[in-house]
Ligand binder design. Structure first.
Ligand code: PLP
Length: 440
């Protein structure tokens, strides 16, 4: 522990107070670090400062939504200018069109786009668009993959081994308490990177299948590298049965100028976006082929097949921030993000090897995930932590906080463009020394 690190006493006090008015003490369960959440006073560049005056290198970046750095000057200036003219109107603004044009210009498969306010809504909107377009109810998704909190999208997010069922054809397990049991009839689950299993399941649900929902590098599945065979089997079998492919690029859009779809050479029918496209503000979007996206538009005076709206949808503050952010993300920016991520992953792998530590790191671009084991990470079942592994990861998070680093408690992280090579070296040293201090 650095001598400057102060016990987070004001954060502890605030948490005690928060539990009175907020169940569990926070509206967002992921902020619940042990023994209490850390309340942040400000973020600048790659660093956060808490209300007790402690600083933390941010290895999470609001779960991958901050890409330039905290308090980016260009976003700050653009948003202030918009704020002085109002934050939300019940009429249209031109800035929505500018951001839509930027995004359709970057994503080859996206002719048109509709905005919303979160990745959850984007995925839900994409599923509903696929249902409206095909007239079919069912989706296929990957076991363990996180796509937000819509009931169908979160099925089989974190099933217990006792509920898994067959490896090639996993049981669909509704996630939230009280979720409709019909979810199990409307969602079929496949293991990641198993081309044969995907083909068999998609064919089996055949004419009931509206879409296959896929995150190409799912963080909860361990950030494995997707195989071309798996992608091909999904694309081909979807076409065979008349279903659509929805690519969830809520996180993976930060992998390349044209998103993961550009890197992988695939052309989904629909794409869900969120996080970085809001420049630090709440956002989501569904994009896709014009004939599919037509379900959102009124046809000949009738209501749209899929009406969509939202009081704060495409509000000018989010649109302004998103545009100011995305305009800075040129190909040099993605090269730098790749370089930062590579330095991190290489540094960790070298440190694990040098210390004979049986851990590993996966990921790509600015994204990484640390695993407290050496199992081959192919799918959710390889990645799921045992209770000892979960305890090690929670302890790692605590040790890192004492070393002025914030990482999620399951080892998923990412970097923003304000992160320096020295920051990355500090992170790598902190992870290696923290693992050395774990009671394994
Ligand atoms: C791949 C993926 N899809 C969807 C979501 C949901 O996004 P949001 O938290 O903005 O609702 C997330 C959130 O982390 C995500 O990682």
């Amino acid at each position: 522990m650095r001598p400057a690190h102060k016990p987070a006493s004001r954060s502890a006090d605030l948490f005690a107070r928060a539990k009175g008015s907020i169940p569990g003490g926070a509206s967002r369960s992921t902020v619940l670090t042990e023994p209490h959440p850390i309340y942040i006073a400000e973020g600048r560049g790659a660093w956060l400062t808490d209300i007790d005056g402690n600083r933390y290198l941010d290895a999470n970046n609001n779960f991958t939504s901050i890409i330039l750095g905290h308090a980016d000057p260009a976003i700050d200036a653009a948003v202030r200018e918009q704020l002085s003219r109002g934050t939300a109107y019940s009429m249209a603004t031109s800035i929505e069109i500018e951001l839509a044009e930027l995004l359709t210009g970057r994503l080859k498969s996206v002719d048109q786009i509709r905005f919303c306010n979160s990745g959850t809504e984007a995925v839900m909107g994409a599923i509903k668009a696929a249902r409206a377009f095909t007239g079919r109810p069912l989706i296929v998704k990957v076991e363990g993959s996180y796509h937000g909190t819509y009931d169908h999208a979160e099925a089989s997010l974190d099933p217990d081994p006792t509920e898994w069922g067959d490896a090639g054809s996993p049981t669909t397990v509704p996630y939230a308490g009280g979720a409709p049991t019909s979810v199990a009839n409307e969602v079929a689950v496949i293991p990641f990177n198993d081309a044969e299993a995907a083909r068999t399941t998609i064919r089996a649900v055949g004419e009931r299948c509206a879409a296959i929902l896929l995150d190409p590098m799912p963080s909860r599945v361990g950030m494995p590298t997707v195989t071309p065979e798996f992608l091909r089997s999904i694309e081909e079998t979807a076409r065979e049965v008349g279903a659509l492919v929805i690519l969830d690029e809520v996180i993976s859009f930060r992998l390349a100028h044209g998103g993961a779809q550009e890197k992988l050479g695939i052309s989904p029918d629909l794409t869900a976006l969120a996080k970085i496209i809001g420049g630090g503000f709440p956002v989501g979007a569904v994009g896709g082929r014009a004939d599919v996206m037509a379900v959102f538009a009124k046809q000949g005076g009738n209501r749209a097949a899929l009406p969509s709206g939202g009081t704060f949808t495409a509000n000018p503050v989010t649109m302004t921030a998103g545009l100011a952010c995305m305009e800075q993300l040129d190909s040099d920016a993605f090269d730098r993000l790749d370089a930062i991520g590579t330095r991190c992953r290489t540094g960790l792998t070298t440190g694990f090897d040098a210390g004979s530590i049986a851990w590993q790191v996966t990921g790509a671009g600015s994204l990484f995930r640390i695993h407290p084991n050496k199992r081959a990470i192919r799918s959710y079942r390889d990645t799921r932590h045992s209770s000892d592994e979960a305890a090690s990861m929670a302890e790692l998070q605590r040790h890192l906080l004492e070393r002025e680093v914030y990482l999620s408690d399951y080892g998923m992280g990412c970097w923003n463009l304000a992160t320096t090579d020295d920051d990355i070296d500090l992170f790598v040293d902190s992870v290696i020394s923290s693992i050395g201090a774990l009671r394994l």
